[in-house]
Design a protein around this ligand. Structure first.
Ligand code: UD1
Length: 456
C-alpha cells in the first residue's frame, strides 16, 4: 500500500474510493469558484458620454398596488404600461396562487378575480416582496377575511405595518398577529367593513393604500388624515374611481372615501415611474451628458429637479419630457422627506452624483434607519464620504475609479450603476436580483444612449 505524505499528495497514491472523493472535492471547489465568477453581474465601462432619449417604464410601486386592487372585483381589469420586473412577476405569482386568472401580453396584464380560492398567502411567495401585504385591504374589503404572513423587515429598515393594522381595526376588522402571520376578519353575517375616520401617526404610503382599498367597499364614509401624498396613492385612487369607487382628496393630506356596494372592471394605464426617470436624469448629470427622459410627469419630480438645478444642471421641461443639460456639478445638501419632499428612493443615486461634485454635500436620510449601505461601496470606488448616524458628509472627488461592487438593495444597486458609468475603468456590479426588481432592462436602455454595459 502506498504511504500518504500530506506534503506531496499524489492522487494516484489514493485507493479508488478516496480518489473519487478527492476528485469530487476538487470538482466542487472548482464549481464553487466558477459559480462565484458566474454570479450574474454587469460589466460597466465608465467615462462614456451618453446622449439621446430614454423611455420611462410604468411605475413599479403603482403597478404592484394596482394589481392587488384587482381583488376588489369579480370583473376583469386590464392594466397597461406594466413594467417587466421581477417584483411584478412575484406579485403575479401571488395572485395566481390565490386562484386569480392572470394573462400577460407585452406590457399589458389582464386580471380577473372572479373566483378567489385561497385567502391565505404562502410565505414563500410573500417573503421578499413587501408589496404582497397590500392584498390584505382588498381581501378584507371584498371577502371580509384574509391571512397574510408579515412582510418582515428588510435591509433598509424594520418597516412595520402597525399603521395598516390600526386602520383596518378602525374599519371594524378583528386583526391578530401570531407566529408571523396576520389573520384578519370582519365580524357579522355580511362581513362588511364600516366607514371610519383614520388618522395616521405617520404618512405611510403602504398604510394609506391599504386603508384606501379596504374602505372603498365599506358601508358609509371613511376619511384618512395625515395620508401619504405620493403620486402612487393618486394613481391608485384614480384607478379605483374608474372601477366605480368614490374617492376624493387623494394626493392631499385628507382623503375621503364614500363606500359603494361593488366595483367593476376597467382598463387603466400605469403612470410613468418617477424614480426610474429621476435615476436616468442623475445618470445624465453624473456622466455630464445631455439626455431626454420621457414620458414623465415633471410635478412628480419637483424636489429632485430643484436639487439638480441647485447642483449646476439646466433643465428644459415640457409636458411629458425633461431634457437635462449638465453643468459643473457642485455639492448640495439633501434631506429625504415624504412627498412632495426629496424621495428616499433617489437618495442613493443622488449620492453617487454628489461623490463626483465640486465641494461638500450633506445627505440626511429621514425615512429609513438603515439606508446608507451604498456608502461603503462608493468608498471602494474612491468616494470620500463620512457617515454619522443617518447623515453622510460627502467631499466630492475629481474622479471615481472602477471596482468590483455589489448592490445590497434596489436603489443602492442603481446608485452603483451610476457611479460605474462615471468611473475610470470597467466595474463589475453584483446584486442584480435587487436591480431587476425595479429597473426594466436598465442596461439595454443605457446602451441605447451610448453606454457599454454587458450582462454576464
Ligand atoms: C413605499 C414604497 C417605497 C418607498 C416608501 C417611502 C412601495 C411598494 N414601496 O414603501 O419604495 O421607499 O414608500 O416613500 O410602494 N412606518 C411606520 N409604521 C407603519 C408604516 C410605516 O413607522 O406602520 C414608517 C416606515 O418604517 C418608514 C416610513 O414610515 O420609516 C415610510 O414607510 P412607508 O411610507 O410605509 O413605505 P412603504 O409603503 O413600505
Amino acid at each position: 500500500m502506498s504511504t500518504l505524505n500530506a506534503g506531496h499528495l499524489d492522487v494516484c497514491d489514493l485507493p479508488a474510493i478516496m480518489r473519487t472523493n478527492y476528485e469530487l472535492t476538487r470538482m466542487m471547489g472548482a464549481l464553487k469558484v466558477s459559480k462565484e465568477i458566474l454570479k450574474p453581474h454587469l460589466e460597466i465601462q465608465g467615462q462614456r458620454s451618453l446622449s439621446g432619449e430614454i423611455n420611462i417604464s410604468g411605475a413599479k410601486n403603482s403597478a404592484l398596488v394596482l394589481m392587488t386592487a384587482s381583488l376588489l372585483t369579480r370583473e376583469a381589469l386590464v392594466i397597461r404600461n406594466v413594467p417587466k420586473l421581477t417584483d411584478v412577476e412575484g406579485m403575479s405569482n401571488i395572485l395566481l396562487a390565490m386562484g386569480v386568472r392572470l394573462d400577460r401580453k407585452l406590457d399589458e396584464i389582464e386580471i380577473q378575480a372572479d373566483k378567489i380560492q385561497h385567502i391565505e398567502l404562502p410565505y414563500e411567495l410573500v417573503h421578499g416582496l413587501r408589496a404582497s401585504f397590500f392584498c390584505i385591504g382588498p381581501l378584507l374589503g371584498r371577502l371580509g377575511r384574509a391571512r397574510i404572513p408579515l412582510p418582515g423587515g428588510c435591509r433598509i429598515g424594520a418597516r412595520p405595518v402597525v399603521e395598516h393594522i390600526r386602520g383596518l381595526k378602525a374599519l371594524g376588522a378583528i386583526v391578530n398577529v401570531e407566529h408571523g402571520v396576520v389573520t384578519a376578519s370582519v365580524p357579522g353575517s355580511q362581513r362588511r367593513l364600516k366607514g371610519a375616520d383614520v388618522i395616521l401617526d405617520c404618512p405611510s404610503v403602504g398604510a394609506t393604500e391599504t386603508i384606501l382599498m379596504a374602505s372603498v367597499l365599506a358601508e358609509g364614509v371613511s376619511t384618512i388624515e395625515n395620508a401619504a401624498q405620493e403620486p402612487e396613492v393618486q394613481d391608485l385612487a384614480k384607478m379605483l374611481n374608474s372601477m366605480g369607487a368614490r374617492i376624493t382628496g387623494a394626493g392631499g393630506p385628507k382623503i375621503t372615501i364614500e363606500g359603494v356596494d361593488e366595483l367593476h372592471g376597467c382598463e387603466y394605464k400605469v403612470m410613468p415611474d418617477r424614480i426610474e426617470a429621476g435615476t436616468f436624469l442623475i445618470a445624465a448629470a453624473i456622466t455630464r451628458s445631455i439626455i431626454r427622459v420621457s414620458p414623465v410627469i415633471p410635478e412628480h419630480l419637483s424636489a429632485v429637479l430643484q436639487k439638480l438645478r441647485d447642483c449646476g444642471c439646466s433643465l428644459q421641461i415640457e409636458n411629458e419630457a425633461i431634457n437635462l443639460i449638465p453643468g459643473q456639478i457642485t455639492g448640495v445638501d439633501i434631506t429625504t422627506q415624504p412627498f412632495p419632499g426629496f424621495p428616499t428612493d433617489l437618495q442613493a443615486p443622488f449620492m453617487a452624483l454628489l461623490a463626483t461634485a465640486n465641494g461638500t454635500s450633506v445627505v440626511t436620510e429621514k425615512i429609513y434607519e438603515n439606508r446608507l449601505q451604498h456608502v461603503a461601496e462608493l468608498q471602494r470606488m474612491g468616494a470620500s464620504i463620512r457617515v454619522q448616524g443617518n447623515t453622510a458628509l460627502i467631499e466630492g472627488v475629481p474622479e471615481l475609479s472602477a471596482a468590483p461592487i455589489k448592490g445590497s438593495d434596489l436603489r443602492s444597486a442603481a446608485a452603483m450603476v451610476l457611479a460605474s458609468l462615471a468611473a475610470r475603468g470597467t466595474s463589475k456590479l453584483e446584486g442584480l436580483n435587487h436591480l431587476d426588481r425595479g429597473y426594466e432592462e436598465i442596461e439595454v436602455k443605457l446602451n441605447k444612449l451610448g453606454a457599454c454595459i454587458r450582462r454576464n
